[in-house]
Design a protein around this ligand. Structure first.
Ligand code: SF4
Length: 181
């Protein structure tokens, strides 16, 4: 019965969606997965955030780079029994942290005003627009239970982590599961 299944929610923060693509690369095993879990919310489903009653496993891709991704990370921490940092951006900050070297103001100026194709550009300002922050690994904002590095992590590593958690064990990532290159 669906309500007896383990519940899983995922989202992406400052990332490229590649880690979620790797999750889909478990291929036919996804049929086994949906027998065992209920995917409550993901970036590709209608429901975008885990329900208030929480989920068993939360999966976050990407680092924290603005007020919106920070609030999503905090929401996932509050609503997930086990929170997985999926991929190098989530674990270390990854590629998006390259922006930290030039500064937020300069990055916005470059993106919205100085690009060669821009005419009369301006940096947008609105209360509904997220406030930019230096990009960070998720555990610089909230505690993480399982770190799954890789850019992206392999489908086999993702499958291993999920099946270990489903079996009631904390995954021990080593060997081939860290050999993602
Ligand atoms: S770890 Fe790699 S694949 Fe995953 S979000 Fe970051 S850049 Fe994309």
């Amino acid at each position: 019965m669906a309500d007896q299944k383990v519940t899983v929610a995922s989202d992406w923060l400052a990332g490229c969606a590649g880690c979620h693509m790797s999750l889909l690369d478990i291929d036919e095993r996804i049929v086994d997965l949906v027998q065992l879990v209920t995917l409550t919310s993901t970036p590709v489903t209608d429901l975008k955030h885990p329900a208030k009653e929480g989920v068993t496993v939360g999966i976050l891709e990407g680092g924290v780079n603005n007020s919106t991704t920070e609030s999503v990370a905090k929401m996932f921490r509050e609503r997930s029994k086990v929170l997985i940092a999926l991929g190098d951006c989530a674990v270390f900050g990854g590629v998006p942290t390259m922006r930290n070297a030039c500064g937020i103001k300069e990055a916005l100026q470059r993106a919205y005003v100085e690009t060669e194709s821009t005419v009369d550009g301006q940096v947008p300002h609105h209360e509904d627009i997220a406030v930019m922050q230096d990009c960070r690994a998720i555990d610089q904002v909230v505690p993480i239970d399982v770190y799954l590095p890789g850019c992206p992590p392999s489908a086999d590593a993702i499958w291993y982590v999920l099946t270990e958690l489903l079996a009631g064990r904390m995954p021990e990532l080593k060997g081939k599961y860290l050999d993602w290159h």
